[in-house]
Write a protein that binds this ligand. Structure first.
Ligand SMILES: [Zn+2]
Ligand SMILES: [Zn+2]
Length: 287
């Protein structure tokens, strides 16, 4: 599709964010001539801050749509953009962190929500407990990506009203915060973790920028049947046949793209072109 034909070319889109995400989101939208309008004075944290856990899809989607709507209400624009992130241990490979980021474009002129997800294992995400006398080791600080990636320090066990320091990017401030939090702790312990707010975590900012490109690209793809924007992958179908015996396996057979407006579905082969599964994945050949 040529840039001129993008359905969101030249539009104004409300963005409610406290955490400097505009910097990461703007380039992808600027590339189609769309303008992001900052919604001033909207407290997106009122919708909840990080739980620290990977949530199920639906609550994230609802939260992102609610955030986009806050921006639309504050600016009076019929289009709104929001992102929502969650972090946790990888569901399959437990020792790897998983970062899931969602971006939504809410379009009240067409009655649409266009959503795009991004899963990444590149996250700078983690935390550690410091007992009395423990020193935060250099190797741990490097895993956190400090000081480019900011840290949060709090007392452990944490009590409401107890000391919390956020956005720490300075070594002496970090040590002072650890000291304060240990003194306030019944057990003399402090908890140190990565600050996952976008402007405090450059790795997350990069993922948001990449996600913005994908969202713009999806918003530019129109349904072949009704021309509604946002046509794209909505699911997968398992059943890739075993290369030896032809039995359907649990591996992905095809990708499904569908339209939220008219229900048109397009089932295509895998994007990597694979048509047969490794017999190692076959229940008959490799029980
Ligand atoms: Zn087989
Ligand atoms: Zn359609």
């Amino acid at each position: 599709m040529s840039e001129a034909a993008h359905p969101y070319r030249g539009v104004a889109i409300a963005l409610a964010t406290l955490h400097g995400k505009a910097e990461a989101l703007t380039p992808a939208f600027a590339a189609i001539g769309a303008r992001l309008v900052m919604a001033e004075g909207v407290d997106t944290d009122a919708l909840g801050t990080f739980s620290g856990e990977i949530e199920r899809g639906l609550p994230m989607l609802d939260t992102a749509i609610a955030k986009a709507r806050l921006g639309m209400a504050a600016t009076g624009l019929p289009l709104g953009l929001a992102t929502e992130g969650s972090f946790g241990p990888h569901p399959v490979i437990g020792f790897l962190p998983l970062h899931r980021e969602l971006a939504v474009l809410v379009d009240d002129t067409r009655g649409l929500v266009i959503a795009e997800w991004l899963d990444s294992q590149q996250a700078r995400y983690g935390g550690c407990l410091l007992q009395t006398g423990d020193i935060l080791e250099e190797a741990q600080l490097q895993r956190f990506g400090f000081p480019e990636h900011a840290l949060i320090v709090r007392s452990e066990p944490f009590a409401p009203g107890g000391p919390v320091s956020k956005g720490i990017r300075d070594r002496s401030a970090l040590e002072a915060a650890i000291d304060t939090c240990r003194r306030a702790s019944l057990l003399g312990q402090a908890w140190v973790e990565t600050d996952m707010r976008a402007h405090m975590n450059p790795t997350r900012m990069q993922q948001i920028a990449l996600l913005a490109e994908r969202l713009v690209s999806r918003a530019g793809a129109c349904c072949p049947q009704c021309r509604t924007p946002g046509f794209g992958k909505t699911g997968i179908l398992p059943g890739l046949p075993c290369a030896d015996c032809g039995t359907p396996t649990a591996a992905v057979l095809s990708e499904v793209a569908s339209c939220s407006a008219c229900g048109f579905r397009d089932v295509r082969g895998r994007s990597d072109g694979l048509t047969e599964a490794d017999p190692a994945q076959c229940d008959l050949c490799n029980p």
